[in-house]
Design a protein around this ligand. Structure first.
Ligand code: ADP
Ligand code: MG
Length: 247
């Protein structure tokens, strides 16, 4: 497979903060339909990597290609338009709006072919909200104020807000933080489902959860690639046990 066949190809990516390389000549290749999990100790550079891919942080050197389009000099909003959706560690939803309204406002403006035909546009948005609400287990909570959801449901709503934009690459930073066991089970199922037709990168610490969802695992350490492969292989890797799993 050549590097142009991947949905996402990150090569020699480097970012320095005052001389400290938080990401150091890092390579990452992700396919469509793939759910990749990134693990590694605190400070390994996992969140910074997602910041670089979504455009929140500018790369010092290297390349990030998404469907063969170079992203590194593109603004964050341009990357969103290209189909990159990012979920941060703490959910950022509108607590005072209903679940329905949160999803509705996340529908990309100007992407509908209906243009000025506002009423048809409304129907299109409503239909999309229903589909997404079902995806995220909240179809019976549409009229509830989002602030009243459980922490886990808020995490789902934020994923739903991203799904409203039909992203082709989803970046999720610790999506099960604060979730109950039942919510974690449902999230595993949700992630398996939503990686179809797109690529999903998840940063996660819970190894039981990683085992359940990951197609492949990438282990980061000090801004570099430490190991990569199926969970069983990565878990048995002495380097990984030494810097991460052994603690
Ligand atoms: P992880 O998510 O793997 O825990 P981070 O990507 O948050 O790690 O951080 C990687 C390293 O980069 C840490 O040492 C962190 O302090 C540093 N870092 C991250 N962002 C910045 C920044 N904006 N300025 C300076 N240092 C940063
Ligand atoms: Mg982090």
């Amino acid at each position: 497979m050549s590097n142009t066949d991947f949905a996402l190809a990150v090569e020699d990516l480097t970012v320095s903060f005052d001389g400290f390389k938080a990401i150091d000549a890092f390579n990452l290749y992700i396919n469509t339909n793939e759910l990749r999990v990134i693990i590694g100790p605190n400070g390994a550079g996992k969140t910074t990597l997602l910041d670089l891919i979504c455009g929140r942080t500018k790369a010092s050197a290297g390349s990030i290609k998404f469907k063969n389009t170079e992203l590194t000099r593109m603004a964050e909003y341009q990357r969103v338009r290209l189909g990159i959706g990012r979920k941060f560690q703490t959910p950022s939803i509108y607590e005072n709006l209903t679940v329905f309204q949160n999803l509705e406002v996340s529908f990309p403006k100007g992407r509908t072919v209906m243009g000025a035909l506002a009423f048809k546009c409304d129907d299109e948005v409503k239909a999309r909200v229903q589909v997404v609400a079902e995806d995220i287990f909240l179809s019976d909570r549409l009229d509830l104020e989002a602030g009243l959801l459980s922490h886990g449901q808020k995490q789902w709503l934020e994923i739903g807000m991203l799904l409203m934009q039909s992203p082709e690459l989803l970046l999720l930073d610790e999506p099960i933080a604060g979730m109950s066991a039942r919510e974690r089970d449902l999230t595993a199922e949700l992630l398996q489902r939503i990686c179809k037709g797109r690529s999903v990168i998840v940063i996660e610490h819970d190894m039981e959860f990683v085992k359940r969802i990951a197609h492949k695992v990438t282990v980061m350490h000090q801004g570099k690639l430490l190991a990569e492969g199926p969970m069983a292989q990565v878990q048995a890797d002495p380097k990984v046990i030494d810097v991460y799993l052994g603690h």
